[in-house]
Design a protein around this ligand. Structure first.
Ligand code: NAD
Ligand code: TYD
Length: 353
């Protein structure tokens, strides 16, 4: 059942991985709704991701920082938003270990600025603030169990702590000021337009260029993988049908240890590129573990599935085939994104390999 049909939506971080997949889906699907993409274009933001929608009349790009209160206030005035879908974040755990400062600024202070502006612009009970968050706020699981709506917050990395803080701020604006909100906590995404510092595109890029493929520790850590298109379909349903004040857990029910995932990915890569099975696997190199590395994430999406009539359409293997195919067809995109800033980050992590 559709509860709302927003007319003017502020989408933050729409030039990043998930935000661009979301806009590429939503802008053509809702031609009568205006989508304003506010993005600072950090190293992770790339307007090339939005080539399919940038000329549409219901899409506008505004370059700016979500921590800039006056700028955000001006956008609320100019566009009269009736919904915010908030993706903008510093999103990479390894970078948060090197320096958490930007994570607190963007993920905590930036979320507060958006909430304050939504509160000022909307009468009580009006509008919708959709906060896009992660399952990492619930911490690390042992070999059994899953995250549920009852799971306590227990973030362990600076990234997860900053996202947890943002979740708490969003809920506090709901209970204190009556600001309508929904929060989605989702598992690891993969698919087109993901920046190659994250595991799957990093492995693909290194396989393509025959560089060592770093797996942290023994590769036993487990993640629950979700193809990004399936995530965006769930986000669409949450926007239209999500109940005010509800939290939706979204996962792929595809739990894989890192080493098994990388081997499966490389099998797909070798098959598609016509190489002998196992050739790319020779590149796997076990490296020093991530500090405070969360052992396992697994998410119970059953409540979301029932309430929103949603379920992931892609198995992990189907998603991997689409992803490998996409990256091989978009080597120009990869070359453009692998700029100086990426190279200096990669070198700081892995040296000259
Ligand atoms: P991303 O790093 O690919 O993109 C982030 C985007 O935000 C970039 O376009 C960047 O330019 C922009 N941005 C960063 N700081 C900004 C600022 N101060 N002002 C304006 N724009 C800014 O991230 P992603 O992987 O697409 O993740 C999007 C959201 O989804 C994040 O909130 C993340 O926590 C959440 N999430 C991600 C995953 C995942 O697996 N990638 C899983 C669950 C939740
Ligand atoms: P990542 O893609 O960074 O996502 P997150 O840390 O948010 O789960 O990493 C996914 C898993 O892969 C995580 O357990 C860390 C591991 N990993 C490696 O083993 N090697 C790598 O080079 C990277 C980037 C991650």
């Amino acid at each position: 059942m559709v509860l709302r049909q927003p007319q003017s939506i502020l989408v933050t971080g729409g030039a990043g991985f998930i935000g661009s997949n979301y806009l590429n889906k939503m802008v053509p699907a809702y031609p009568d709704t205006l989508f304003v993409n506010l993005d600072a274009l950090t190293y992770a933001g790339n307007l090339e991701n939005l080539a399919q929608v940038c000329d549409r009349s219901n899409y506008v790009f505004e370059r700016g920082d979500i921590t800039d209160f006056e700028l955000v206030a001006g956008l609320f005035d100019k566009y009269g938003f009736d919904a915010v879908v908030h993706f903008a974040a510093e999103s990479h755990v390894d970078r948060s270990i090197i320096d958490p400062t930007a994570f607190v600024k963007t993920n905590v202070q930036g979320t507060l600025v958006l909430l304050q502006n939504a509160k000022a612009a909307w009468k009580e009970g009006e509008g919708l603030f959709h906060h896009v968050s992660t399952d990492e706020v619930f911490g690390s699981l042992g070999s059994k169990g899953v995250f549920t709506l009852e799971s306590p917050y227990a973030p362990r990395s600076p990234y997860a702590a900053s996202k947890a803080s943002a979740d708490h701020l969003v809920r506090s604006f709901g209970t204190t000021y009556g600001l309508p909100y929904v929060i989605t906590n989702t598992s690891n995404n993969f698919g087109p337009y993901q920046f190659p510092e994250k595991l799957i595109p990093l492995v693909l890029n290194n396989a393509r260029t025959r560089k060592p493929i770093p797996i942290y520790g023994k590769g036993e850590n487990v993640r629950d993988w979700l193809y990004v298109e399936d995530h965006c379909e769930a986000l669409e349903k949450v926007l239209l049908q999500g109940q005010d004040g509800h939290t939706y857990l979204i996962g792929g029910s595809e739990e894989w240890s890192n080493v098994d995932l990388v081997e499966a990915l490389l099998d797909v890569f070798d098959a598609i590129t016509g190489q002998a099975k196992g050739r790319s696997g020779e590149l796997i190199t076990f490296v020093q573990d991530r500090a405070g590395h969360d052992f396992r994430y697994a998410i119970d999406s059953s409540v979301t599935q029932k309430e929103l009539q949603w379920r992931p359409k892609h198995s992990l293997k189907e998603g991997l085939v689409k992803t490998v195919t996409w990256y091989l067809e978009h080597t120009d995109w990869l070359s453009n994104i692998l700029n100086e800033s990426y190279r200096s980050y990669y070198q700081s992590q892995y040296g000259d390999r």
